[in-house]
Design a binder for this molecule. Structure first.
Ligand SMILES: Nc1ncnc2c1ncn2[C@@H]1O[C@H](COP(=O)(O)OP(=O)(O)OP(=O)(O)O)[C@@H](O)[C@H]1O
Ligand SMILES: [Mg+2]
Length: 350
């Protein structure tokens, strides 16, 4: 493009120089000189736009190549030929003898037996890298189990159509992705037909309404890559609002915000309680306040379930749970140990 815009200017300079010389010495009439100059000026614009088109063509080819690279990627998970829609049900979830690894020969999960009754909440805890997120990723079939099976309301997830399976599962992940569009559209991501009233209602229940109203344009504020960035706790509440609007029968919560102030923590807890109501929930918890929302706690270590039960019982019986409890995975601000090393729970801030 620079070359194609410089070319006409150089040509004009040449014409002025040579033509001017000839006119001065009488070998060219002023009229002929003027005509040549006018033709040249007519050429400037088409040449410039040609330069632009060449540049755009190259950019489009490079971008297209990258887009098609993604589109042509083979799916790891495909629908089985006889797949059928997930039948209606209350959301009973069963892991039967499940093993899984990302690479051959290195199991991340081994022999997982887990049953979550419809409407029950199970907290999943364990040291970092033990396979918590991986376990939850198997339910919506982001990956397929290597051995064993996972059933939702009696149907093996591999026998369900991906659409019906994934619309039955809501995920509030470790890191919520915000699209570069308005807050309202981000909340309605899983349910595009939602009305502004329904969106606001979900935000109120997710404890997100207040901070959204404080944004420059309220629900119309652009966020994400090309807009305002939101904090981790705010993103999480947007994700909770998303899940509320989608109304899935199974909910997966990967509670990553381990360090938020007490006020935010209380609000998140309220929002979680709201979204969990009446739904089968698997919550990956790091804080005692979130663990306390669960009916049942499962402790994972190196991809195996090493203990399960209720908080009080686990604290007495499971060394791994005690270890996690004492060494910071469970947030300390809400736990103090008395002189004998037993925990004193502060009053629930929520
Ligand atoms: N996409 C992936 N490809 C290959 N290995 C992976 C992938 N995701 C996770 N892993 C590995 O699997 C193991 C379990 O990871 P996972 O993310 O399930 O841990 P986690 O328990 O959720 O940890 P955290 O508490 O830090 O979130 C880790 O050793 C990790 O390195
Ligand atoms: Mg994780």
């Amino acid at each position: 493009m620079p070359a194609l815009s410089a070319l006409p200017s150089l040509a004009i300079a040449g014409v002025l120089l040579v033509g001017g010389y000839q006119v001065v010495h009488g070998t060219l009439t002023l009229g002929e000189f003027f005509a040549v100059n006018a033709y040249l000026l007519l050429l400037v614009f088409p040449l410039r736009s040609m330069g632009m088109w060449v540049g755009q063509y190259q950019r489009a080819m490079a971008s297209g190549e990258r887009v098609f690279e993604v589109l042509d990627e083979d799916r790891d998970v495909v629908e089985r030929p006889g797949a059928r829609p997930l039948p209606d049900g209350p959301g009973a979830l069963t892991f039967h003898d499940v093993s899984f690894g990302y690479e051959a020969g290195r199991e991340v999960l081994s022999d997982i037996e887990l049953e979550i009754a419809a409407g029950q909440t199970v907290a999943l805890i364990g040291p970092t890298g033990c396979g918590k997120t991986t376990l939850t990723a198997l339910i919506p079939r982001f990956y397929d189990v290597e051995r064993g099976s996972i059933t939702l309301d009696g149907l093996d997830v591999r026998d369900a159509t991906l659409d019906s399976l994934r619309s039955a599962i809501g995920i509030v992940g470790q890191d919520t992705f915000l699209f570069s569009t308005t807050v309202a559209e981000n909340i309605a991501y899983g349910s595009p037909e939602a009305t502004p009233e329904q969106i606001a209602m979900a935000a109120v229940r997710a404890q997100a309404h207040d901070f959204i109203m404080d944004l420059p344009d309220g629900y119309d504020t652009r966020v994400g890559e090309r807009g305002l960035s939101l904090s981790g706790g705010q993103r999480q509440r947007i994700a909770i609002a998303r899940a509320l609007l989608m109304d899935p029968r199974v909910l997966i919560l990967d509670d990553a915000t381990a360090s938020v102030d007490a006020n935010t923590e209380a609000r998140i807890k309220l929002a979680l309680r709201e979204v969990m109501r009446g739904r089968t929930t698997l919550i990956i918890a790091h804080r005692l306040s979130t663990i306390s929302l669960a009916d049942h706690v499962v402790v994972l270590d190196h991809g195996r379930i090493v203990a399960r039960g209720e908080h009080a019982g686990l604290l007495e019986e499971s060394p791994v749970y005690q270890e996690i409890y004492r060494h910071g995975l469970v947030e300390r601000t809400f736990v103090q140990l008395d002189p004998d090393g037993a925990p004193i729970e502060k009053e629930d801030v929520a």
